[in-house]
Design a binder for this molecule. Structure first.
Ligand SMILES: *[C@@H]1O[C@H](CO)[C@@H](O)[C@H](O)[C@H]1NC(C)=O
Length: 502
């Protein structure tokens, strides 16, 4: 390894990040011991692992607005492949595998009676996962006998709908149903004002939660973007306070501003195990924002991110159709076109890079922890919580298999994989852009032909048809550009540099 110097602020009780120490990998032990002095108490507080918080929970799977009631919806939670569909009595969830030949049921169809039909051989299942039809059975009696066997049942899971989210209890069978029925779906103060959006990121749960509990990265990683201004706007953070004792249920952190814009604000970041980071800011101006995010572990390097957004209220006199069209247009602007993505790309590129390095060199993850500055207290407390509950959601599986590998940071930048393909509004916008692009191209071609004809017969219509051809061609290019933007493909040669320099 080259002599790469690591710069870090060993701000021991001193938030002035002026005390910079230069470390070389050859001598990390000294720094680790120095940092350990302040963190020893936190290490000591790490108790024996308690019961895993990962099962026997209501986990949010997707916003109701993302769940297609006419088709089965695929969704992975905690490594469990699920199919979620709207049955006769409401939303249902089952293992996404037909017991017959293990074809994914999410490629099947929802029938008019609310049963789920497998695409492969048409076997059908009800909301409890019981087989109700085997079309290829030679007689109804044999079909009924097959269906009565426990082997033809799909494992099904309790489902609840609350505050615009579909929640799944990942425990099948009668005991799971009883426990789910006896457990309320977690409430969230202000939930009635929220509208939810979904991204599925190819990044670990740990990196994503740590990023969201770490406000001091914002003026650096996002320097120059939107309201973040330049890095010069960063201010030293006073030691954020952990205001509730970390327990298996989570903890709460309070902190002040991290740049000139947020100076003097009061912020709370509450981590409610296992998935919620609830962020509330109270600015000096009296303005307040509420920004809850669920990070739901799907696979070792895949996290379902459900973001609650407070939408500005639209006056009542605006007709429903206009309201819906306006909502769709704004959604596509923010979630499909550039809007929030530059910001998001910077986080995603960095987190995917952390995942790659940590997967290759797991021991250095601990070293990074030992270098914590006071403003890292959210991250270090989250790691204490992880230790408290026996490791991350896939810790046991990873130890057993050691096979999961993170994707590359470049792959993490695909907007379509992260958002568009999961989002009904973006899929619809993509179809409309495609129709508009194809129509524009055909019309441009027709206008070009007309212009050539007009030129041949020396008609004065030449100029207008040629102008129309150019305009239509330009329009088609605009739609093609929007499609590329939705797919997250490079719009320019220097795409990667753009992530950090714009
Ligand atoms: C922040 O909290 C402190 C202490 O409770 C209070 O005095 C101050 O006014 C609060 N500031 C804002 C911007 O809410």
């Amino acid at each position: 390894m080259s002599r790469v110097a690591i710069l870090l602020a060993l701000a021991v009780g001193d938030a002035q990040a002026g005390k910079m120490a230069t470390l070389r990998p050859a001598a990390p032990r000294v720094a680790r011991q120095a940092a350990r002095v302040t963190l020893a108490a936190e290490h000591a507080a790490t108790a024996e692992p308690r019961a895993s918080p990962w099962s026997r929970q209501w986990l949010p799977a997707m916003p109701v607005s993302y769940a297609d009631p006419t088709r089965p919806n695929a969704c992975t939670l905690l490594g469990e492949r699920l199919v979620i569909w709207k049955g006769a009595t409401g939303w249902a969830a089952a293992e996404d595998a037909c017991p017959h030949r293990l074809a994914p049921l999410s490629t099947g169809a929802v029938r008019a009676d609310g049963t789920l039909a497998c695409r492969f051989h048409g076997w059908r299942f009800d909301e409890r996962g019981a087989c109700v039809d085997v079309p290829s059975a030679p007689s109804p009696a044999l079909g009924a006998r097959l269906c009565a066997s426990a082997d033809t049942c799909v494992r099904s899971f309790p489902v609840a709908v609350r505050a615009g989210l579909v929640w799944v209890w990942l425990e099948s069978g009668a005991e799971g149903a009883a426990r789910a029925a006896a457990t309320a779906v977690p409430a969230l103060e202000g939930e009635e004002k929220l509208s939810w959006e979904l991204n599925v990121q190819p990044i670990s749960f740990e990196s994503m939660v740590e990023n969201s509990l770490d406000p001091s990265h914002a003026p650096f990683l996002h320097a120059g973007l939107g309201s973040f201004g330049a890095t010069a706007g960063a201010i030293p953070m006073e030691r954020p306070a952990i205001s509730t004792k970390p327990s298996a249920e989570g903890f709460e952190m309070r902190h002040g501003g991290y740049d000139v814009r947020t100076a003097g604000m009061n912020a709370t970041r509450r981590f409610a195990a296992p998935s919620l980071v609830d962020v509330r800011y109270a600015y000096r101006t009296g303005r307040a924002t509420h920004f809850p995010i669920h990070f739901v572990p799907a696979a070792p390097f895949e996290t379902r991110v459900l973001v609650g957004i407070q939408l500005p209220s639209v006056p009542r006199w605006v007709p429903e159709r206009v309201r819906a069209a306006l909502g769709d247009a704004l959604h596509v602007l923010f979630f499909a076109l550039d809007g929030t993505w530059r910001f998001n790309d910077q986080d995603r590129f960095t987190m995917a890079g952390q995942d790659s390095i940590q997967a290759e060199q797991p021991r250095r993850r601990q070293l990074a922890f030992d270098m914590a500055t006071p403003s890292d207290v959210g991250v270090s407390t989250f790691r204490r919580w992880l230790a408290l509950v026996g490791g991350g959601p896939f810790a046991a599986a990873e130890r057993a298999a050691g096979s999961a590998r993170p994707g590359s940071p470049n792959e993490a930048l695909s907007r379509w994989d992260a958002h568009g393909r999961h989002c009904p509004r973006c899929r619809a916008a993509m179809r409309r852009f495609e129709r508009a692009r194809a129509l524009g191209e055909r019309a441009a071609l027709a206008s070009t032909a007309l212009a050539v004809l007009a030129l041949a017969v020396r008609s004065p219509a030449f100029a207008s048809t040629a102008a129309a051809a150019l305009a239509l061609h330009g329009l088609a290019r605009v739609f093609a550009g929007w499609q590329r933007s939705m797919l997250g493909r490079p719009a320019k040669e220097a795409w990667l540099e753009e992530v950090f320099q714009k």
